[in-house]
Design a protein around this ligand. Structure first.
Ligand code: GLU
Length: 481
């Protein structure tokens, strides 16, 4: 069998959304699993809707997810991607070949004429498809009278088209339901179906893996392969992604842009893992390394029914990945999030790496996103903090404040300001006062962090250092209770 070659073919008319990213991922996983090639092709023939900015953000999102593509038109530079706008001559050559063979013809019907005839057909209760009026004009360009002419494929009326879809199984279409669809528009631009087939042929694509919103295009593409007398690739149409209300996933369900997840503090490996499992399974396993995904991925295990996007599960998975992230990488990832949470750039730059890693290490257990991790650990750094007023009123009572004052004096007298020394002091004190450790620790937690929940407070105090702890606690003591 020839080498597996697949492609991801986004139209650069917006950002890379979750559905597109999953299509790209399944193509990438399939290619890597099969030791094949993964081609990236930008489908930018719709000049009005395509923008370079979209192409840039789509590439950025793919890079962020680690979906590297093979090959491309550039020699010596980074691979690809291919861009359809650079390939117009190829589409014209293929159209010419079909014209020369009498399998395509020039059409000079104007949009207004087509619309009027379509309406008339509907009113008469007949099929609104193109009526073939220009068929007799054939491939003789002279008959177009110099008017801008489109090129249409001559599609037969008889027979049926069957595909053995690798996800859905056999799907059958009636050829008679198709019309003589346009290959080249009168402005010379190829239509989607035509450009896709020409490129899939020229790029030797063996498997077309795409969203099942394209199923209705597939019979048109197959008649084109047949007209060209070329082998037809295999198709795998992946079911849609739905929102929790089972409507097609859209902005109203929350963020759908992949890079928005980056900005919200998700790790690319968590997003990849989540998207992989969104419509594909491998037993009950939920967490996969990238290598495992490549090793286990198969199209047979892609479900036939739409998958429901579950943001809560994605957050859970992200939390699992944050827990497993090595401190040096986590810290590097966190810096922009700390900055966004209000830690100044100067302060971050002045921190030694080891201290930052210890902060990240203390908070990584509970955080579901980097945003959450940064905002929950923000208080460890300099600057004022927002204290939860209800928590302060409840925990920093007059009585508690008096105890905090005494403890501050005792902390100052400690020979070393370490988590172990602090814990031992607080324990001894609690026993002496017949209190629980938490009764003494909680006022410090609220004073330092402004909240009632944080990771263990003694290592945090050690990290903050005595001066910062004293300053922050005294500030809390002065606040009105
Ligand atoms: N440009 C098409 C899209 O973005 C690609 C369809 C295909 O994969 O054939 O939906």
């Amino acid at each position: 069998m020839s080498k597996v070659r697949v492609r991801f073919a986004p139209s650069p008319t917006g950002y890379l959304h979750v559905g597109g990213a999953r299509t790209a991922l399944y193509n990438w996983l399939f290619a890597r699993h099969e030791n094949g090639d993964f081609i990236l092709r930008i489908e930018d023939t719709d000049a009005e809707r395509s923008t370079d900015e979209s192409t840039t953000t789509i590439l950025e999102a793919l890079r962020w997810l680690g979906l590297d593509w093979d090959e491309g038109p550039e020699v010596g530079g980074p691979a690809g991607p291919y861009r359809q706008a650079d390939r117009l001559k190829l589409y014209h050559d293929f159209a010419q070949r079909l014209l020369d063979e009498g399998k395509a013809y020039y059409c000079v019907c104007t949009p207004d004429e087509l619309e009027a005839r379509r309406k008339a057909a509907l009113a008469a209760g007949t099929s609104p498809k193109y009526d073939g009026r220009c068929r007799r004009r054939g491939n003789d360009v002279a008959t177009t009278g110099g008017r801008g002419a489109a090129v249409r494929l001559l599609v037969g009326e008889e027979g049926s088209i069957e595909i053995a879809d690798l996800v859905h199984g056999p799907i059958r279409f009636e050829t008679g339901d198709l019309d003589d669809f346009i290959l080249l528009r009168s402005d010379g631009m190829p239509t989607y179906n035509f450009a896709v087939v020409v490129d899939d042929v020229l790029m030797s694509i063996t498997h077309v893996i795409r969203g099942d919103d394209h199923i209705s295009n597939t019979p048109r593409q197959i008649v084109l392969y047949e007209a060209l007398g070329l082998p037809i690739p295999q198709f795998a149409h992946i079911p849609m992604i739905l929102g929790p209300d089972r409507a097609r996933l859209s902005k109203r369900h929350g963020a759908t842009s992949v890079l928005a997840y980056q900005q919200m503090g998700f790790l690319p490996e968590a997003v990849v893992n989540y998207l992989a499992r969104l419509g594909w399974s491998y037993g009950d396993q939920e967490i996969f390394t990238r290598d495992e995904l490549v090793q286990y991925f198969s199209l047979e295990k892609v479900g036939k029914t739409p998958a429901v996007f579950d943001p809560v599960k994605l957050e859970w998975l992200n939390g699992q990945y944050i827990k497993r992230t090595a401190p040096d990488r986590l810290t590097a990832l966190l810096k922009p999030f700390w900055e966004a949470a209000g830690v100044s750039r100067d302060e971050l730059a002045g921190q030694d790496e080891d201290r930052l890693q210890r902060v990240a290490g203390l908070f990584q257990e509970r955080a579901r996103t980097l945003t959450e991790l940064a905002s929950s650990s923000r208080f460890v750094f300099e600057g004022t903090i927002e204290r939860d007023r209800a928590a302060a009123l409840k925990v920093l009572t007059v009585e508690a404040k008096a105890r905090v004052r005494t403890l501050l004096a005792e902390i100052e007298a400690l020979p070393s300001f370490t988590a172990a020394a602090l814990e031992s002091l607080f324990r001894t004190k609690a026993t002496a006062l017949n209190l629980k450790l938490v009764d003494l620790a909680q006022p410090f937690r609220v004073a330092l962090s402004g909240k009632t929940v944080s990771p263990p407070i003694f290592p945090i105090m050690e990290l903050m250092g005595w001066d910062a702890v004293r300053r922050r606690v005294e500030e809390a003591l002065e606040e009105e209770g």
